[in-house]
Design a protein around this ligand. Structure first.
Ligand SMILES: Nc1ncnc2c1ncn2[C@@H]1O[C@H](COP(=O)(O)OP(=O)(O)O)[C@@H](O)[C@H]1O
Ligand SMILES: [Mg+2]
Length: 320
């Protein structure tokens, strides 16, 4: 059977996915001798050509290792574009991470989205299905199919409903007016992605309470510590109460620093090194599974919690 070829050049190896708007295939370049794998995304419905063209324009405007570059494209039916193939897992497939790993990915995700915002591109469809973590732990944001580009003629009256994922769509999408949706919609979706990376769960908007029922005390404390400080500026109904992605990133870097600097000989009763006001009281001793980069081990720890701000310090228990 003859192989399917696009643009007289891109030979289909196998399909990757079929979404509402597009087919995605692994392809190879028939003009190249070596068998490098690329990805070809093909528009399904020619009536959506405007938006597909917007996706291509946005990706051409964005030059960042975390955003797939446009290698070739065609707007003739069937419209398609070709980009790099990234081997890895979607965040949705990778599931739950340890708190620090989640925070680390989150900070890098904020970097990419903040870069896009600085170039005038709002993604508007950020979700765990649209971010790949490559086998070398790099992040790539996919699918600018719903993006909004500032300084373009893009119509603001188009209907946005039913297009993105409801779990990750900011409430202002529901008005159905694309003009209501600003960069703060990405702030909202990012907060929910962080929540997913911390807990492995999609949180419906109605169900979101900022808490969780995780059982492990350390996980619980750290997850709560992170979510308390980051989600209050992102997963909130009113867009004007949300911070921009740059501040979201800055807060996250600070939270990471506060969490990672917790190995110190803390003492019960000593002044809190975070707020400077409260004092530490001993929460409990625990055998905790720790995840250092590349190492997983069970160790004994003492946890101290500030009675004023709730900052948690923990240190390795010395064997008597
Ligand atoms: N460059 C790529 N490298 C690897 N996989 C990709 C790439 N682009 C898309 N995919 C896969 O195809 C799926 C659909 O692509 P996406 O651009 O999100 O299209 P859709 O609009 O159908 O959601 C992604 O979730 C991912 O699994
Ligand atoms: Mg997608």
């Amino acid at each position: 059977m003859a192989r399917k070829i696009f643009g007289e050049r891109w030979e289909v190896i196998e399909p990757i996915s079929e979404g509402g708007q597009a087919f995605v295939y692994k392809v190879r370049d028939s003009r190249q001798a070596q068998d490098t794998v690329f990805v070809l995304k093909r528009l399904k419905n020619p009536k959506r050509l405007d938006r597909f063209e917007g996706e291509i324009e946005a990706c051409k405007r964005l030059n960042h290792p975390g955003i797939a570059p446009i290698i070739d494209f065609s707007l003739n039916d069937p419209a398609f574009y070709v980009t790099n193939y990234y081997d890895g897992n979607l965040i949705s497939e990778a599931g739950k991470f340890t708190p620090l790993r989640a925070l680390d990915f989150f900070i890098r995700l904020c970097d990419i989205v903040d870069y896009a915002h600085a170039q005038g591109v709002i993604h508007r469809d950020l979700k765990p299905d649209n971010v790949i973590i490559t086998t070398s732990d790099d992040l790539v944001v996919l699918d600018f199919g719903l993006c909004y580009m500032q300084d373009t003629e893009q119509r603001l009256t188009e209907t946005m409903e039913q297009v993105g994922s409801r779990f990750y769509m900011a409430p202002e999408f529901e008005g159905g007016r694309a003009g209501d949706v600003t960069a703060k919609a990405d702030t909202y979706a990012l907060g929910k992605i962080l929540y997913f990376m911390l807990t492995g769960r999609h949180i419906a908007r109605e169900a979101f309470r900022g808490d969780n029922e995780l059982s492990n005390i350390l996980q619980n404390s750290q997850v709560k510590y992170i979510t308390d400080r980051i989600l209050q500026g992102s997963v909130v109904e009113d867009p004007s109460m949300r911070v921009d992605v740059k501040s979201l990133r800055e807060t996250s870097v600070l939270v990471r620093r506060l969490i990672t600097e917790h190995y110190y000989p803390g003492r019960e009763g000593s002044r809190c090194r975070f707020c400077g006001e409260g004092h530490y009281s001993s929460a409990r001793r625990a055998d905790i599974r720790v995840h250092y980069p590349g190492i997983e081990m069970t160790d004994h720890f003492d946890l101290l919690i500030c009675d004023h701000c709730g900052n948690i310090q923990w240190f390795q228990k010395k064997e008597e």
